[in-house]
Design a protein around this ligand. Sequence first.
Ligand SMILES: N[C@@H](CCC(=O)N[C@@H](CS)C(=O)NCC(=O)O)C(=O)O
Length: 199
Amino acid sequence: MQLFSSPTSPFVRKIRVLIREKGATDKVRETVVAALSDPAELHAANPLGQVPALLLDNGRQIINSPLICQFLDEELGGHKLIPPFGEPHWDDMRLQTIGDGIAEAAVSLSFEGMRPEEQRSPVWTGRWQRAVSRSLDLLEEEAAGLEGDLTLGRIAVACALGYLDFRHDYLGWRNGRPTLTAWYEKISGRPAFKETAPA
Ligand SMILES: N[C@@H](CCC(=O)N[C@@H](CS)C(=O)NCC(=O)O)C(=O)O
């Protein structure tokens, strides 16, 4: 199977971390593409033109990072990163959604920053920044719940925080969030996170 990838995308990073945590790098071939240049091979794998996209050997497309993670968690075998159905499952999916939501707002801020200054929207920029800030405050409040075995939700949150460091350092996400900061320092020391850090 082939993963259309980017070294900077927080959504791709979730999948790259999951693959490494499962010790399955030999089972997925990675192809780095520049989504914004609209390569035909990416469109053949994902009509939405976004990375990540997974193309199976039988031609089936698996798209959107939560779905790709769900598929690979089953398909690659090994230690499960998505808790089985029941409360822990839904709590972890909620956590993934918050992590992905922070990443989505942060990626929107990055794309907005690429536009000529006079075309940028202060309304949307403010809205995305407030969404990030509120979500981080909630994670700080709930940081005790981040402790424990590695799960997909925790991977998603850590990838979002790593992306904030990479592209939006000026937001100072650590300020006033000591528990979340301490948790992040621990999780980002895992080899799977070190190997996939955006550069
Ligand atoms: N919901 C998607 C988001 C993926 C996404 O936004 N990917 C960005 C890169 S970080 C992208 O490819 N953007 C190109 C575009 O939207 O045209 C997922 O979780 O996979």
